[in-house]
Design a protein around this ligand. Structure first.
Ligand code: OAD
Length: 247
């Protein structure tokens, strides 16, 4: 049984503005492997860094599209876990709570989070490579990847690849919220990929209490005011219950 630190609960109750930032670790308990875990099966010989780039797509669009089709097929079968649900519960109780995620799996929205910034896009959506026209649907025909109905260029997933810039409005909103918050929760992220990794430092340097929830140490651990060495799916429901009462 996990018992959250009473000082952490007091800080959460006191905080007027709370921001949480999540990474692949929060979806691990839903059955999705984290980014830096080995790929499995057919794709085991590839590193995400070699597939999730504009250059990889230009070199071999079919391979990259098929990798995302495979990932989409996995995402379609998984459900949010108690960690996602606890964050949705905190938002219901504290409407100014903002959740920023690096995850592209859509599980926070599925769990009911609405005040949500998806910094790296969403794997369920597609856009075209040349002009970023959104693609609602396409025929699963011979073309892999399919072509954009508006301009004919190839479709790609609406996610941020290595070497690409983040959606500017999403990044600005996340950075502003980090600068303005009283308490920042960093959950299930290795804090290695910038600019998302910078958010807790922005919060900390503006006086916010910084909390890390991760079974393993990260570069953020030394700065954090509270470190919770526990899985998100265990820690977050207990923290939400201590903060808000039993659901
Ligand atoms: P990583 O795979 O780098 O890190 C996952 C983190 O989750 C690790 O620190 C684990 O210790 C932790 N973890 C594992 N299981 C956990 C659990 N049950 N509860 C809590 N934490 C757990 O994933 P990210 O930090 O999300 O970017 O990676 C950041 C970005 O790197 C991704 O969004 C992706 C990738 O490149 C792009 O695609 C642009």
């Amino acid at each position: 049984m996990f018992d959250p630190d009473p000082d952490l609960i007091a800080a959460l109750r006191r905080a007027r503005r709370i921001v949480a930032s999540t990474g692949a670790g929060i979806s691990a308990e839903s059955g999705l492997s984290t980014f830096r875990d080995a790929q499995t099966g057919l794709w085991a010989k590839y590193k995400p860094e070699d597939l999730a780039t504009p250059q990889a797509f230009q070199r071999n669009p079919r391979m990259v599209w098929e990798w995302y089709e495979w990932r989409r097929s996995i995402v379609a079968t998984v459900e949010p876990n108690p960690g996602h649900a606890a964050l949705a519960r905190i938002e219901t109780a504290r409407p100014d709570f903002l959740l920023v995620t690096q995850n592209v799996d859509g599980l926070h929205a599925k769990a009911g989070s609405r005040n949500l910034v998806e910094l790296h896009g969403n794997i369920r959506r597609s856009i075209c490579f040349d002009q970023r026209h959104p693609a609602e649907s396409w025929t699963r025909g011979e073309d892999i990847p399919p072509h954009c109905a508006q301009c004919g260029s190839l479709l790609r997933p609406d996610v941020v690849w290595f070497g690409e810039t983040l959606p500017p409005d999403a990044l600005r909103r996340a950075q502003q919220a980090a600068a303005d918050c009283d308490l920042f929760l960093s959950i299930g992220t290795s804090t290695l990929v910038y600019p998302a990794a910078e958010l807790p430092y922005i919060a900390g340097s503006n006086g916010a209490t910084v909390v890390e929830i991760n079974p393993d140490a990260t570069p953020l651990s030394r700065l954090a005011n509270f470190v919770v060495r526990e899985k998100a799916g265990i820690a977050l429901p207990a923290i939400a219950a201590a903060m808000l009462g039993k659901p």
